[in-house]
Ligand binder design. Structure first.
Ligand code: IMP
Length: 181
């Protein structure tokens, strides 16, 4: 599978080391609260499972799922809720955990939805940030790595549901996909 990568951007060791720092920061920032940590499925499941093991304060964990790119490498611009939270957002301090912020469409929609439901605060933790593609001005409160404008796979990120289980993150060889990116 690694043969399908043009290059590896971050190795597993580099990811783990940085996630440790971000987890420690989150533990400090939320020391006085009891946040609800929400993973945005499917892509965030790897990052969330590593991140929460570096958070040493009481937290609750829930998941939400939105429509994704499917087999394409382009965002449709529309977001659809596929799986909602199991518990109310009202009054909670929420940390949304995402794999990558690209155009900002998904997180903008989720943040607005949670604020409308009465969340006390909503912050964003993203493994990767691709600011060059932003269409909506979303700035993650916690970000492990800023990445270039390329289509990435691994560490939760997929192309056509493949590559999510790679422990590193890398740039997919353009010849693997046909869409323009
Ligand atoms: P946004 O709504 O455009 O910010 O896109 C967010 C979602 O698009 C992410 O949660 C990913 O699922 C997907 N995505 C964006 N960039 C990439 C990428 O480089 N590789 C794989 N998926 C991506």
């Amino acid at each position: 599978m690694l043969d399908d990568l043009e290059s590896v951007l971050y190795t597993s060791e580099q990811l783990q080391s940085r996630i440790g720092e971000v987890g420690a920061q989150i533990s400090r920032d939320y020391a006085q609260t009891h946040p609800l940590v929400i993973g945005v499925l499917k892509g965030a499941f790897v990052f969330l499972s590593d991140l929460v093991r570096h958070i040493d304060i009481p937290i609750e964990i829930d998941f939400i799922a939105t429509s994704s790119y499917g087999s394409s490498t382009q965002s449709s611009g529309a977001v659809r809720m596929l799986k909602d939270l199991d518990q109310p957002a009202e009054g909670r301090d929420i940390l949304l955990v995402e794999d990558i912020v690209d155009t900002g469409t998904t997180l903008n929609y989720l943040r607005d939805t949670l604020i409308r439901r009465g969340a006390r605060s909503v912050k964003i933790a993203s493994a990767f940030d691709k600011p060059s593609r932003r269409r909506i001005p979303i700035v993650p409160d916690y970000c492990c790595f800023t990445v270039p404008n390329a289509f990435l796979v691994g560490y939760g990120l997929d192309y056509a549901e493949r590559y999510r289980h790679l422990s590193c993150v890398g740039i997919l060889r353009p010849e693997i996909y046909t869409d323009e990116h």
